[in-house]
Design a protein around this ligand. Structure first.
Ligand SMILES: NC(=O)c1ccc[n+]([C@@H]2O[C@H](COP(=O)([O-])OP(=O)(O)OC[C@H]3O[C@@H](n4cnc5c(N)ncnc54)[C@H](OP(=O)(O)O)[C@@H]3O)[C@@H](O)[C@H]2O)c1
Length: 330
């Protein structure tokens, strides 16, 4: 298959004319170099994509770049012998829409070292309903289990539960045998949250405390929000429980005390999906395609959009309005 001379991509600029993004025609040589060229089938929308697409966050480290931190599609050409025409591959993170052109493009040029052969057990579509959000939720579970998290320690709390990472964490954690409590600002979505794995749904202020320690209510959890919510979750975590921190949907700040760590032995574990080493990346995608594969991907994929519709989705996402995952059909 040949790549057309010009094709559509959602490109982000920041120059004398200001910060702007939109669909434009590009050629393959406009894209960052890479060994593997794919015809993109799907991408997805993550919080980081909304920050990058609107300029509300400093995500891109060079301009212009094609947006989209996730992409999946079929190989059109490869100068690396590990890939051949027709192979199904995916990439999440790994510098896409940060230091190199991303997945919001009809064709994408990828580095072979980060291209993951689509694991058996996942369709291309499912891989992008998961995307960075699913990879991050699974990476959080991986980190928790590495540090001996066990269902016996108590339920896991998931904050920002209605969002992409949150929704997939509810499903994946419950599949892995944990009782999961959703912390959400969307009381009207309690039925949705329960249908994808939450055994209880609590409001955003249910955790609220300014005390350094509270009674231990959770075995640990995953925080997507930052700030007082993360501090309160730590204060309510059981002895030797773990809290994974992945997000800053409310704030990047964290004001806490050492008490949960030195009195209860609680741990705060970092989750950084974009820079995950290849060996762990491979292991997580294998788990996502098998025993950790979410049981409710169809329900969690609440919306499908075309490249041209991206700008309509970003503002609502940044305002906390996400529900599940938005798939980009290319
Ligand atoms: N570390 C990593 O590798 C990594 C990877 C992916 C994402 N992230 C981060 O994780 C977070 C979630 O990403 P996402 O793609 O899942 O975003 P998303 O789909 O937009 O979900 C964010 C959720 O956070 C909650 N929220 C939003 N604003 C809030 C506020 N002011 N106070 C409290 N809760 C608020 C909302 O859930 P409720 O209405 O249910 O409360 C919202 O649905 C983002 O900060 C993102 O940057 C990090």
């Amino acid at each position: 298959m040949t790549v057309p001379a010009a094709f559509n991509a959602f490109r982000i600029h920041n120059d004398d004319a200001g910060y702007r993004s939109g669909i434009e025609a590009v050629s393959i040589d406009d894209l960052a170099p890479g060994e593997v060229v794919i015809k993109s089938a799907y991408s997805s929308i993550n919080f980081k994509d909304a920050l990058a697409g609107t300029g509300e966050g400093k995500i891109l480290r060079k301009f212009p770049l094609v947006g989209g931190i996730d992409v999946a599609g079929h190989v059109v050409a490869s100068s690396d012998a590990k890939f051949k025409e027709g192979d199904a591959v995916l990439v999440t993170g790994c510098g896409l829409s940060e230091v190199r052109d991303g997945g919001y493009s009809e064709y994408a040029r990828l580095e072979a070292k980060w291209a993951i052969p689509l694991p058996a057990g996942l369709s291309l579509r499912e891989s992008m309903v998961l995307g960075t959000a699913g990879f991050t939720a699974a990476l959080a579970l991986f980190r928790l289990l590495e540090n001996r998290q066990a269902p016996e320690l108590g339920p896991l709390a998931v904050t920002g539960a209605s969002g992409g990472v949150g929704s997939l964490a509810l499903d994946i954690f419950s599949r892995a045998g944990f009782e999961v409590h959703a912390i959400s600002g969307k009381a009207d979505q309690a039925d949705y949250l329960k249908s994808i794995g939450a055994s209880q749904v609590l409001g955003r202020d249910a955790l609220a405390t300014t005390r350094p320690m509270e009674s231990a209510r959770f075995g640990g959890g995953l925080d997507n929000v930052g700030g007082p919510m993360l501090a309160s979750l730590l204060a309510q975590t059981a002895p030797y429980g773990n809290v994974a921190t992945a997000g800053l949907a409310a704030t990047h700040e964290l004001d806490t005390t050492v008490m949960p760590f030195i009195i209860r032995g609680a741990s705060l574990l970092g989750v950084a999906s974009a820079g995950t080493a290849r060996a762990i990346r491979d292991e997580i995608w294998q788990r996502l395609a098998s025993d950790w594969k979410p049981a409710h991907l169809d329900r969690i994929c609440t919306r499908e959009v075309a490249l041209s519709e991206l700008p309509q989705v970003f503002p609502a996402m940044l305002a906390g309005g996400s529900l599940g995952r938005t798939l980009v059909v290319i």
